[in-house]
Design a protein around this ligand. Structure first.
Ligand code: ZN
Length: 378
């Protein structure tokens, strides 16, 4: 998108945004660092990556949760592999923070987030994604808390021995919590960590809401009635999470939030696969070329998801969980982490009050963190 096409940010929206607590609850920058050798210290173009330290500073964001994502195959690589992968992530995220003391600061609690805002640095939190990371060990879960994890996403696209996934890839179970799964929830409650229900099956979500004493987060999920995808949540689920005090943070992925884009991406992937095979890089380039021809999802569609969740679950129960750097295509004018002010502008344009915009930008998530997340035990 050319700069002159970008929506103007009004003085009101700019001021509101600068003063607000802005929190994004899911970003995969750390995966690009570990898997691609991506250097987060230098500025990249949006096509190279959605996030880096210069653009985090420019974004004015208060707090960013970086995901420590354990890919599904680690569950099959023998004892220690999945847990060690999670630790490699927490180490890499702490090393990034330590390398940028003037710009970034580790945060565990809501108080840490407020202090970072007051001091003009970006608070970085850690969320562990994929319950297989704990290898069925509550000791491992406790260690992740000590390393700074504020939430555990119970499943990824793969389920595990104790919780089911919405996708169930690798023929892993998609059903609800086992008795050990309920022990994991109890331990998360006891440790002062958020239970993250993004990626879980409906059965697991229902079991979690029955088992958890604390409100839960959906760190990067959108509204299923607007776009049918298993990663999105039904109205019944949105209401149930809200009724227990939880917050649903919308995922920006065009494929999840717009059916036209989901179908176009499915077709592009099928075409890229059907052509004579080349190297992985050639297949990837073919797919990129096909995807580049699809008109982007309008920003208004993402705002529709925020609006829907606010109406169904309540304005106190919606937040932002972009999934930047874990997603291929984003809505128009939401090219990277510097784009959050456009969400504030778009919500004001729809008639949201300043107070309601602040809730969506981060006040709701901050309330949830204040309610649930405790300092790291010494
Ligand atoms: Zn995810």
């Amino acid at each position: 998108m050319r700069a002159e096409d970008l929506p103007e940010i009004s003085e009101r929206a700019g001021r509101l945004y600068r003063d607000a607590i802005v929190i994004d609850t899911h970003n995969d920058l750390a995966t690009k660092m570990l898997d691609e050798g991506y250097d987060p210290a230098v500025r990249h173009s949006p096509s190279e990556g959605h996030t880096d330290v210069p653009r985090l500073i420019e974004s004015g964001i208060t707090a960013q949760v970086l995901a420590a994502w354990v890919d599904a195959p680690y569950a099959q690589r023998g004892a220690g592999a999945a847990f060690e992968r999670a630790l490699a992530y927490t180490d890499a995220i702490h090393a990034l923070i330590d390398a940028c003391p003037d710009a970034l600061r580790f945060a565990a609690t809501g108080a840490d987030i407020r202090r970072a805002k007051a001091d003009g640095v970006v608070a970085i939190l850690i969320g562990v994604e994929g319950g297989h990371a704990i290898e069925d060990s509550l000791d491992h879960l406790r260690e992740l808390k000590r390393r700074g994890a504020c939430y555990l996403t119970l499943t990824w696209n793969n389920g595990n021995h104790w919780a089911g996934s919405s996708i169930g890839s690798g023929a892993t179970r998609t059903a609800g919590l086992t008795p050990f799964g309920r022990q994991v929830i109890a331990e998360l409650n006891r440790l002062g960590m958020l239970v993250d229900v993004s990626h879980t099956s409906s059965e697991t979500l229902a079991d979690v809401l029955a088992a958890s004493e604390a409100p839960v987060i959906a760190s990067h999920s959108s509204a299923r009635p607007l776009a049918h995808h298993p990663r999105n949540l039904s109205d019944e689920e949105l209401r149930a999470i809200a009724a227990r005090g939880g917050v649903i943070c919308v995922n920006f992925y065009s494929r999840f939030i717009e059916v036209r884009m989901r179908d176009a991406m499915d077709a592009a992937e099928a075409r890229a696969e059907a052509e004579p095979a080349g190297t992985a890089a050639q297949r990837s380039a073919r797919l990129e070329a096909l995807l580049a021809r699809i008109p982007p999802t309008p920003l208004s569609i993402l705002i529709d998801h925020i609006d829907h969740i606010a109406r169904v679950a309540g304005i106190d129960h919606v937040g932002l969980g972009s999934d930047f750097d874990g997603i291929r295509l984003t809505p128009a004018s939401l090219d990277d982490v510097t784009a959050y002010p456009r969400i504030a502008q778009a919500l004001l344009d729809r008639g949201y009050s300043d107070d309601d915009v602040r809730k969506v930008l981060g006040a709701n998530v901050l309330r949830l963190i204040d309610t649930v997340v405790t300092a790291i035990p010494r």
